[in-house]
Design a protein around this ligand. Structure first.
Ligand SMILES: [Zn+2]
Length: 204
């Protein structure tokens, strides 16, 4: 059994992500129902990113955590592949600051953010209100009466609540919906948009 995940990864690598990505992994609907290794999810989105420009892109993000004031600007993917140090720096900024716990954020979510900022043609940092939430923090927020889902994608490192300076929230919302890559929630009063890599759906 210990060898199974490794073999599956090699298999996915061999496929190059294209066909598999389009037919099986492209549908975010399947993302939550099927156990898909992060690499595979990343491959499907990567293909989209490469195909739109015809060139491999450096996938960079500028993130600012509004609770901690910490920020990061880094390329988590270059033509040499995924950059573990960059991913670690991103995971740290996106950690649950209340519990001081980080998780491995879903690479598909990070790539959605790259695509979103490209589509909005902005160089401004993505301001993060909430990303990873530990089970303790989620439960605490629920008890305090915050509207957080019991099985929130935030718990899996698969959701972010964001705004972008200089971008109207309604424009951010429209761009996020146009990606058709997962859940999109509009929180006008709190001034943020929720994005996740779960099934395609919308609310708010
Ligand atoms: Zn959220």
């Amino acid at each position: 059994m210990p060898n199974t995940p490794l073999r599956r990864r090699c298999f996915l690598k061999a496929l190059g992500g294209t066909v598999f990505g389009k037919t099986v992994l492209g549908g975010a609907v399947l993302g939550s129902a099927v156990v898909v290794p992060p690499l595979a999810r990343a491959a499907s989105v990567s293909d989209t990113l490469e195909n739109t420009s015809g060139l491999p892109l450096a996938r960079s993000l500028q993130l600012e955590n509004l609770h901690t004031g910490e920020s990061v600007a880094t390329a988590f993917w270059t033509p040499q592949g995924y950059q573990p140090d960059a991913l670690q720096a991103i995971n740290k900024v996106l950690r649950d600051h209340r519990a001081d716990q980080a998780t491995e954020m879903d690479i598909g979510l990070l790539e959605t953010l790259v695509e979103l900022t490209r589509r909005l043609d902005t160089q401004a940092p993505v301001q993060v209100i909430s990303a990873y939430r530990s089970p303790q923090t989620n439960e605490m927020l629920r008890r305090k009466g915050h509207k957080v889902a019991k099985r929130s994608y935030h718990l899996k490192g698969q959701a972010v609540d964001i705004r972008i300076p200089g971008v109207e929230l309604k424009d951010l919302h429209r761009a996020a919906l146009s990606l058709k890559r997962g859940g999109v929630g509009f929180y006008g009063r709190s001034n943020f948009v929720h994005l996740d890599v779960g099934p395609v759906r919308r609310w708010g």
